[in-house]
Design a protein. Structure first.
Length: 319
């Protein structure tokens, strides 16, 4: 079974089509209009409340708060664009919006009026947060700095191991969730290999380097630190040095090969009581322990000495 991995370029979201771009532009204009209406209603309600509260210039309170909300929203987007994002900046519009909502609720006289005055400013924060999220995701996809989130279903099914996965992603800046899963699989296999090799106390018996690599979740120590395969003994060393290979032993021990005269003497002793019909090459080869060619020569010589059948010749030889 083979698995294929995709690169970040292959996982990139396809660009918007022309109709989708048009719908996005219309939605952005509508969101801006709704936000302006919310700020305008907030301006009137907070100005009236500030006048009742004794402010000398009541219009300054809503203007200062309501204008600070889009200013900090744009500042957050610019910081994201310059890859200089500050985590606390994105919370400033939220806090200011909550203050505006509280002032609008306090300015209302009935429950319906308070609910209406408090809802309108929230629309601006909702739309601005959606825009900031889209902008941050696009910039993070290009720069590779955005960290993908772990799925909620994995948190629900395996909270303990998911926390360890998220912790390693955060500590070692693993921005891709799929890459983190691949490393987690390798880490689990390496952990099983260490336990199989060193037993239950592998955390104390395994080498420190392998334990550190396993804790980092970077590489699988069992795969990266295996000893190199033994060199092929049939190949000579590159430098020509080192001990030379020993020649293989011959059959029958270290004795030198026997000559034909020695084989003939042994064959005469073994076949002294044999009949001429029993003098075959296969039987002589088995009894004397020689090659097939020598067995034929011994057969012909023994038959010639006993005055039996003339020696055999191969086909095509001269008579």
């Amino acid at each position: 079974m083979t698995t294929t991995t995709t690169t970040p370029e292959e996982r990139r979201v396809p660009p918007l089509t022309r109709p989708e771009t048009g719908l996005a532009g219309i939605a952005a204009l509508a969101a801006a209009g709704v936000g302006v209406l919310g700020l305008a209603s907030s301006f009137e309600a907070v100005s009236a409340a500030a006048e009742r509260w004794g402010f000398g210039t009541p219009w300054m309170l809503p203007v200062g708060i309501d204008i600070a909300i889009p200013v900090f929203t744009v500042a957050n987007l610019l910081l994201i664009r310059m890859d200089m994002a500050l985590a606390w900046v994105r919370f400033v519009p939220w806090i200011l919006t909550l203050i505006t909502c509280w002032l609008n609720v306090a300015a209302g006289h009935t429950l319906s009026a308070r609910l209406a005055h408090g809802t309108m400013p929230l629309l601006w924060v909702v739309f601005s947060e959606i825009g900031a999220h889209i902008y941050a995701v696009r910039i993070g996809a290009v720069t590779g700095r955005r960290m993908e989130k772990v799925r909620f279903s994995r948190w629900l099914l395996a909270p303990r191991s998911t926390f360890g996965l998220w912790r390693r992603m955060t500590l070692w800046e693993i921005t891709s969730y799929s890459e983190a899963l691949v490393r987690e699989k390798k880490r689990q296999l390496a952990r099983a290999a260490l336990r199989e090799q060193y037993g239950r106390r592998w955390r104390f018996k395994a080498p420190r380097r392998e334990r550190v690599l396993l804790r980092m979740g970077d590489l699988a120590p069992a795969a990266d630190h295996n000893p190199p395969p033994p060199a092929d003994e049939t190949k000579p060393p590159a430098g020509g040095g080192g001990p030379k290979p020993r020649p293989g032993r011959r059959k029958g021990g270290s004795k030198p090969p026997r000559s034909f005269e020695d084989l003939l003497t042994a064959a005469r002793e073994i076949t002294a009581e044999w009949k001429p019909v029993e003098l075959t090459a296969d039987r002589i080869r088995t009894a004397v322990g020689c090659s097939q060619a020598n067995a034929r020569k011994l057969r012909d010589t023994l038959k010639a000495e006993r005055g039996g059948e003339p020696p055999l010749h191969a086909l095509g030889d001269a008579a």
